[in-house]
Design a protein around this ligand. Structure first.
Ligand SMILES: [Zn+2]
Length: 64
C-alpha cells in the first residue's frame, strides 16, 4: 500500500498550515500562481491547487 501523497519528499517545516499561502502584493509571479490556484479550485482540481500552494511557498523564499 503506497500513498502517493507521501511520495513527495516535502521539506521539513515546523508546521504545515492548511491555509493557502498569500500571494505577495505587487508580485507578478504570486499573482499568476494565485490566479491559477483560484481557477483550479473553481473546477475542483485540488491536485493543481496543491501544486500552486507548493510553488507559492517555494517562490516566497525568493522574496526579500
Ligand atoms: Zn512573489
Amino acid at each position: 500500500m503506497s500513498n502517493p501523497r507521501t511520495t513527495m519528499a516535502a521539506p521539513v517545516h515546523v508546521v504545515d498550515p492548511p491555509v493557502s499561502p498569500e500571494p505577495g502584493s505587487g508580485c507578478d509571479v504570486c499573482g499568476a500562481l494565485a490566479r491559477e490556484r483560484k481557477e483550479a479550485a473553481g473546477v475542483g482540481n485540488w491536485s493543481t491547487v496543491a501544486d500552486c500552494n507548493v510553488e507559492l511557498r517555494r517562490h516566497h523564499g525568493e522574496h526579500t
